[in-house]
Each structure stands twice: as structure tokens, then as C-alpha cells.
Write a protein that binds this ligand. Structure first.
Ligand code: NAG
Length: 167
């Protein structure tokens, strides 16, 4: 094959290997959460996965680069489980889920939320141990896990987080 014959083929290949729509991983992660929850108060009604990003969804806040920084779902009558996908929200600073009826374990993947400043899971029905991975949250200043049915000890490493103000 001559070079001229090869060129259209190369072009075709480079076009077809470019994704048509840019997937939004953070929107996908949040939508996984929505699917795992029962929402009798319809507070997640605006969470439409066909939008370009989740930044216009109610209870979701983004920074200027459209990265999710806050999830404010305290007192929202939500039941169901937390999902491991939440760990993908790289820029999340506030995860506020207090006073719902969430059940099941705290996903260890929450330890991947390296920007997290506040984790408030107060007053739910979460069970299982406090994941030791939470000790990797070096920016954490506010942590409230009481009012659940968690078992086991508070991981010792967690008490060594330097910025932590409340436990
Ligand atoms: C936890 O579950 C119990 C039993 O199902 C229920 O009575 C209680 O209201 C729940 N707590 C919260 C905070 O939703």
C-alpha cells in the first residue's frame, strides 16, 4: 500500500478512537449513589445523568473547573447504602450525609477522598468498622460518625490526623 492509500486509513483510525462524548466520571459516581438510595422526598430528582456534568444538580457544588467539591444531603430522608464510587470524587471537600437512614458499611474507598475537609455521617444506621483508610484523609478537619451502629475500635492512626478538630 502506498502512503497516499494509508493516510485515509490512519485518519479514520484516529477519529474513531476519539470518544464522541466526554464521559463525566464524577457524574457517573454520583449517579451510582443515586441508584443505591431510596429517595422518598425526591431530593435527587434533578440528578440527570445525561447532563454534561453534575454541577447543576441540586445539593452538588462544583469549583470553577466543574469538579465536585460539596455534597450536601443532610436531613434528606435518604435510605440505602453508600457506594464505593464516591471515592472517585477527587476534589470533594464536604461530604454531608447526616440525619438520614443510611445502612451498611462505610466504603473504605472514602479514604481516597484526598481533598476532604468534612465527613459528616452522624445519625444514620451505618454498620461495620470505621475503615482504617480514613486515616489517609490528611486534610480532614471535621469528622462525625456517632449516632450509627458502627462496631470495633476507632483506628488509632485516625486519632493522629493533625488537623482533626472533632471526632
Ligand atoms: C435505624 O433503624 C431502626 C430500625 O429499623 C429505626 O427504628 C431507626 O429510626 C433508624 N435510625 C435512623 C437514624 O434512621
Amino acid at each position: 500500500m502506498t502512503f497516499c492509500g494509508l493516510l485515509p486509513l490512519l485518519l479514520l483510525f484516529s477519529i474513531s478512537s476519539t470518544p464522541k462524548t466526554t464521559a463525566n466520571l464524577e457524574g457517573d459516581a454520583l449517579f451510582s449513589l443515586r441508584r443505591a438510595l431510596k429517595d422518598p422526598g425526591n431530593v435527587l430528582q434533578s440528578w440527570d445523568p445525561t447532563l454534561v456534568n453534575p454541577c447543576t444538580w441540586f445539593h452538588v457544588t462544583c469549583d470553577q473547573h466543574n469538579r465536585v467539591t460539596r455534597l450536601d444531603l443532610g436531613n434528606a430522608k435518604l435510605t440505602g447504602r453508600l457506594v464505593p464510587e464516591l471515592g472517585r470524587l477527587d476534589h470533594l471537600q464536604y461530604l454531608e450525609l447526616y440525619r438520614n437512614n443510611l445502612v451498611g458499611p462505610i466504603p473504605k474507598q472514602l479514604g481516597e477522598l484526598k481533598s476532604l475537609v468534612s465527613l459528616d455521617l452522624y445519625h444514620n444506621n451505618l454498620t461495620g468498622p470505621i475503615p482504617p483508610s480514613l486515616s489517609r484523609l490528611t486534610n480532614l478537619r471535621f469528622l462525625r460518625l456517632n449516632g450509627n451502629k458502627l462496631s470495633g475500635k476507632i483506628p488509632r492512626k485516625l486519632t493522629k490526623l493533625r488537623n482533626l478538630k472533632s471526632l
